[in-house]
Design a protein around this ligand. Sequence first.
Ligand SMILES: CC(C)(COP(=O)(O)OP(=O)(O)OC[C@H]1O[C@@H](n2cnc3c(N)ncnc32)[C@H](O)[C@@H]1OP(=O)(O)O)[C@@H](O)C(=O)NCCC(=O)NCCS
Length: 446
Amino acid sequence: MNNTDSSGPSPQQCINWFRNSAPYINAHRGKTFVLMFGGEAVQHSSFHHTVHDVALLHALGIRLILIHGARPQIDAKLELQGVHTSMLGGIRLTQRQALGPVLDAVGSVRLLIEAQLSMGLANSPMYGARIDVVSGNFITARPYGVRNGVDYGLTGEVRSVDTAALRHQLDHHHVALLGPVGYSPSGEVFNLVAEDVAVHVAEAVQADKLIFLTTSQGIEENQHILREMIPNEVDQYLRGKELDSELLRYLDAARRACRGGVRRIHLVSYLEDGALLQELFTRDGSGTLITQDPYEEIRQASIEDIGGLLELLRPLEEEGILVRRSREKLEQEIAHFAVIERDGMIVGCGALYPLPDEDDSCTSAEIAGLAVHPSYRRSQRGSELLEFLEKKAVSRSIRKLFVLTTRTAHWFLEHGFEAVGIEQLPKSRAALYNFQRNSLVFCKEI
Ligand SMILES: CC(C)(COP(=O)(O)OP(=O)(O)OC[C@H]1O[C@@H](n2cnc3c(N)ncnc32)[C@H](O)[C@@H]1OP(=O)(O)O)[C@@H](O)C(=O)NCCC(=O)NCCS
């Protein structure tokens, strides 16, 4: 029976997609993401897609804090009640008579989001998923005050974030939902700028990601979406521009968060169905990422890396390029491995196994299990791993490196290795040589 729907992806495409996303699913599990969206996104017809994606991220073990804005809803309530407020530099001046409509609007948006997340997600891929949403007095605020002679009234700014309370909720698998209001210790309520709440919360909880959902696909220059920007590039981009659009306000908030220690800030479209998932679970993403620099390090492996290592090595073992190692063997041998970690994902690895000589000294070692994820090859990562392992060898007074390979001979030749006979291997290793595999042996003096 053929179940293929000619309009949709084939089962094989689905399987490939799932396999390619697996490393990202693994890397994001247990991480904390702050997701900010304005009131415009909530009232847009695409909001149910956003809610489904939130449910999916939650189901995948991501710790979520949602921050919502409510500008259009506040504008509508103010108009309805005949209260006029002015905006200065993107910030509303909240006189006392405006506070009622502001709270009405913020409260209704929050209830609407809570309702959407409580629907049991009928008619969606996440049908039956249950999400416990928690709102609360997580934000302490203070008055924005009088600036340049202008009194901002009950407009406030974030004074502190109750990180312990937020973490407690996340630890209990709740999704936290915060709006653009905060409370003062004297019991007053302040109208806050939602993106400021997002930045402060992301910094306070040391979020792994801060994501702004916006109408644009990302930051555009010369009709191209800029995939990655560092804060200095954002400075240049924003120079001389008024922060008069949601996108530019988010970009400004993103550079502040980045400088405040949030590693990765994403601007992603909520209009395009699936853009958020594409950004998080595919290599090329879909929006703009603001980051200090791509976080990547080469280091000694630890037991926590086993899951990532298995995902990297399994396909190569199945192809017969690398020798198969069970999880148990990998656990036993983890101290021999070095890894390259990029944004929480293991993208490269290699091992150095000391080879005892007959007199029990150890002057040679074998390089094995050298691998770089196919999406990250040809950027010197393989060479860097080899260099890292060579340095480790030198520090242990090892003089000779061996490698046994079936398909990567030329790569090692180009890295200073020379072909040698099996008899050159230390006896302990030669005894284990697998004649069926018939690997070529290479050696390098270091
Ligand atoms: C070998 C490997 C680790 C290199 O990783 P990498 O990050 O791409 O390495 P570098 O960027 O330092 O080097 C890339 C260069 O090596 C070349 N190269 C890659 N694999 C090669 C091979 N099997 N034979 C010859 N050259 C090879 C690439 O073509 C590229 O050169 P080019 O840009 O001039 O064409 C990676 O290709 C890999 O994981 N291969 C599969 C696993 C494997 O074979 N491991 C070795 C067994 S111990």
